[in-house]
Ligand binder design. Structure first.
Ligand code: BES
Ligand code: ZN
Length: 881
């Protein structure tokens, strides 16, 4: 028989008979039994006469007798006659004995129970060591849709209400929630802590944390109390984040022309944490690695990570918390925007980091994912809570942030800021959709923002713009770019920017049609002919502000090359040309030999971000060449090692007094890659320094910035018969209590080439010594290890799927293990294995990973067919400079 509540099931959204206004929520976690109990009184506005109320709940047991409704204008207390929880739909259906009258009333659910789970979602348990003893803490993680695992609620971002929270906890523990404490009653071993009522907010931002913590504290000039909480004894490690937070609050207050809206801000490091950080209103939770900074043992990369994550989460306090997306389709508004604005803050605080140049890495990752035919539009339909996790991806974050940067640079920074401030004011304490943002921007700028941006957010993909110069005219043509090399159908409104010979003459126009021809005389005031001096280079997509790729004709690209070598291009443009060439080469639109030759123009490259991308690209090229024709590998490595020679000599292993942050970043990446390429001097130097470190953990010979590289080098040398390096690294792993050091080691273990050791590493990941959040770092294995990793994944799939399958971390297992392959046979093998094992939560990632394998396979074929490659490499490897 069909259930009588069938009409409420399998729906994306809850019915709207009743609108929640206020939650009075009490929770009592038991840290020994890992259970919790609670009660909630929800003030509702009944807007449609109904006997039935439908709200969200999951993994909870609700006592049916405890469910009542009391109308404001009616003394009668109405009892629920039926209380049914549909686990699949994550809804709780309540049916009452009589129709509930329109207007305000209170729904009471006075008794429900749940488990503090180990899944890092809902109300969960995290473990930590205190005085040699393991202890439990209770933590919430509700985004996207897990508040329902803690208390029955209308768990949708548009259902905003106020929250009055009370916690009953052991009296010796710290208990935090979104708002400041208003009252605390100690009763023996327990205390009841109640918090001030919050302003209206979405359920996914509600938070509570209970455990033992130390803190450091500061306040903003306008009196907002800011604290960083961390493990007992580590308070000093919170100081850097605290300083960043206080300054960032000031910066955003000015930028959004609206002050931070709560009386306090707490930030807290949680030992077990699935994401990087979570912007809960007034109580931001972080992984330890994203919040704590240790003067002695953290690297420059760790410092930058802390600053940008803090800046990102604090941006959400406005963009996300104060103004919230109306539905998950607009998640990118939250994440894309917070990502973009975190760069603005980091640039304000640390101009020497040249963070906007580093932003190009965000665009590159966005372009990489969006170059797949299995990508998705920025605005994506969401029909079930299970589908939300997978869209916290490079499209929402990185493409989202990149199209915002594109729009900002098109409209101008001032107009953009004014419009944003207006948007925040207009939609504060409410919800907004993508169109609402465009409307304000359109109003403020008088530009066709809607038309421009729809082509970027409502359709997936992006164009490659081909440019050629003929008879003093520039011809532009757009085509969808796909990494597979196949043609795509999309068409965009492309903001084309270009400059000529210097950055003084910059022009822009919107390319709306497939193609357009522009007279250079009209564009630049004087015509550019085909046979001018090399100085007349033309660069399209100035500073990479547009989310598209550019393909120049032979003539124009020859001049661009000259411009790189003569150092007349900006760092951002040097980056863009390299990155576009790499992508074109992978897609079979540029011979690999041309890419390799172009890379040579970067021999004297001084800029960190450009070099960093050169390093990444060289590793990818080395992998494809190894698969295509391993006999070419020796020459390739000679060439690459040679290419990095200048930088390696300049940077050296030891930090220079007063050196820049960017040099510190470069050091780690450069030597790690040289180690992977088997550069003997690097391997030897690393080994010496590692020995010194083993003897004395405070030795100046192994500063934090070089540690990961040294660990990679150590693992490169490890074999089954010579495993002392591996054992020593495990020893360091076990002895350190700094998460950043642990993840550095995990990230290096897979660099070994010996299959037996790789298997041992992978099995180590599944032991209790590795926190479940960190396992994915260990999955980055050497090319020689990928087959072992695949077999290991298959053999352990059931365990892995049971342990990580309920969160988004499972997707990382699939992408990390599957995408490094490069053969059509492997595509078949992967498809066959997952045919009976795929589930909705990995469906998208699996398709994307398989597509990457296909792209790699095709790339390998293209390289094999490139007859001149061997000669080209021979010449590049032994060319004298
Ligand atoms: N809102 C997210 C946290 C989140 C991620 C919740 C995935 C649920 C699922 C948070 O603001 C965030 O974006 N965190 C990032 C770090 C940020 C600096 C890019 C993260 O967790 O990686
Ligand atoms: Zn975010």
């Amino acid at each position: 028989m069909a259930n009588k509540y069938e009409e409420f099931r399998c729906k994306a959204r809850l019915p709207t008979f009743a609108i929640p206004k206020r939650y009075d929520l009490y929770l009592k976690p038991d840290l020994h039994t890992c259970k919790f109990s609670g009660r909630v009184h929800i003030s509702l506005d009944i807007v449609q006469e109904t006997k039935i109320i439908v709200l969200n709940a999951a993994d909870l047991s609700v006592d049916p007798k405890s469910v009542h409704f009391q109308s404001k204008d009616d003394d009668d207390d109405v009892e629920a006659v039926e209380v049914e929880l549909f686990e699949d739909d994550e809804i709780l259906v309540l049916e009452f004995a009589k129709t509930l009258p329109l207007g305000l009333g209170i729904l009471s659910i006075s008794s429900f129970q749940g488990t503090l789970n180990d899944q890092m979602k809902g109300f969960y348990r995290s473990k930590y060591e205190h005085n040699g003893e393991m202890k439990n803490m209770a933590v919430t993680q509700f985004e996207p849709a897990d508040a329902r695992r803690c208390f029955p609620c209308w768990d949708e971002p548009a259902c905003k209400a106020t929250f009055k929270i009370t916690l009953e906890v052991p009296s010796d523990l710290v208990a935090l929630s979104n708002m400041p404490v208003v009252d605390e009653k100690v009763n023996g071993d327990l205390k009841i802590v109640s918090y001030q009522e919050s302003p209206i907010m979405s359920t996914y931002l509600v938070a509570a944390v209970v455990g033992l913590f130390d803190y450091v504290e500061d306040h903003t000039p306008d009196g907002i109390k800011v604290r960083v909480y961390c493990q007992v004894g580590k308070a000093d490690q919170g100081k850097f984040a605290l300083d960043v937070a206080v300054k960032t609050l000031g910066l955003y207050k000015e930028y959004f022309a609206t002050p931070y809206s709560l009386p306090k801000l707490d930030m807290i490091a949680i030992p077990d944490f699935a994401a990087g950080a979570m912007e809960n209103y007034g109580l931001v939770t972080y992984r330890e690695t994203a919040l704590l900074y240790d003067d002695k043992h953290s690297a420059a990369a760790n410092k930058q990570r802390v600053a940008t994550v803090v800046a990102h989460e604090l941006a959400h306090q406005w963009f996300g918390n104060l103004v919230t997306m109306e539905w998950w389709t607009h998640l990118w508004l939250n994440e894309g925007f917070a990502t973009w604005v975190s760069y603005l803050a980091a640039d304000g605080l640390f101009p020497e980091w040249k963070i906007w140049t580093q932003f190009l890495d965000e665009s590159t990752e966005g372009l990489r994912l969006d170059g797949l035919s299995e990508s998705h539009p920025i605005e994506v339909d969401i029909n079930h809570a299970r589908e939300i996790d997978e869209i916290f991806d490079a499209i929402s974050y990185r493409k989202g942030a990149s199209v915002i940067r594109m729009l900002q640079s098109y409209l101008g920074a001032d107009v953009f800021q004014r419009a944003l401030a207006k948007y925040i004011k207009k939609h504060a304490c409410s919800n907004a959709k993508t169109e609402d943002l465009w409307a304000v921007l359109e109003e403020e700028s008088n530009q066709p923002v809607n038309k421009l941006m729809n082509s970027w957010t409502k359709q997936m993909g992006y164009p490659v713009v081909s440019v050629s110069l003929k008879d003093n005219k520039l011809e532009f043509e757009q085509r969808q770019f796909l990494s597979s090399g196949s043609p795509g159908e999309g068409q965009w409104v492309v903001p084309i920017t270009l400059c000529r010979g210097s950055y003084e003459v910059q022009k822009s126009f919107l390319l709306e049609a497939r193609s357009q021809t522009v007279d250079t005389a009209v564009l630049f005031g004087s015509s550019v002919s085909d046979n001018e001096s090399p100085r007349s280079w033309i660069k399209i997509n100035v500073d990479g502000a547009g989310f598209y790729r550019v393909k120049y004709d032979d003539h124009l690209s020859g001049k661009i090359r000259y411009a790189i070598e003569s150092k007349s291009l900006s760092a951002m443009d040097r980056y863009g040309i390299l990155d576009d060439s790499f992508a074109l080469s992978m897609a079979g639109q540029l011979p690999l030999s041309s890419l390799l030759t172009l890379m040579g123009a970067y021999r004297e490259e001084p800029e960190y971000t450009v070099l960093s991308n050169l390093i990444t690209i060289s590793s990818k090229v080395a992998r494809v060449v190894a698969d295509a024709d391993s006999t070419l590998l020796d020459n390739l490595k000679i060439y690459f090692i040679n290419l990095f020679q200048n930088s390696a000599e300049r940077i050296g292993f030891d930090p220079k007094l007063g050196e820049s942050h960017l040099d510190a970043l470069l050091r780690g990446e450069l030597f790690a890659t040289l180690a992977v390429f088997g550069h003997e001097e690097t391997l030897e130097e690393a080994s010496k320094r590692f020995q010194a470190y083993l003897e004395d953990r405070n030795t100046h010979l192994l500063p934090p910035d070089i540690r990961r590289a040294v660990y990679v080098a150590v693992m490169k040398k490890v074999t089954s018969t010579n495993r002392s390096g591996f054992d020593s690294l495990l020893k360091v792993y076990r002895e350190t209590d700094l998460s950043q050091e642990k993840t550095r080691i995990l990230g290096a273990l897979g660099s070994c080439s010996d299959p037996d050791i790789i298997l041992e590493v992978l099995n180590f990941l599944l032991t209790p010594e590795v926190r479940s959040q960190d396992v994915v770092f260990g999955l980055a294995v050497s090319r020689e290890g990928r087959e072992v990793a695949w077999n290991w994944l298959k053999n352990n799939w059931e365990h892995i799927s049971n342990t990580w399958g309920r969160g988004f971390l499972i997707t990382r297992f699939v992408s990390a293990v599957v995408s490094p392959f490069s053969s059509y046979e492997k595509v078949k093998e992967v498809e066959e294995f997952f045919a009976s094992r795929a589930k909705p939560s990995i469906a998208r990632t699996l398709k994307q990973s398989i597509e990457r394998v296909q792209i790699n396979a095709k790339w390998v074929e293209t390289c094999q067919n490139e007859k001149s490659l061997a000669d080209c490499l021979q010449e590049l490897a032994y060319r004298k400079y």
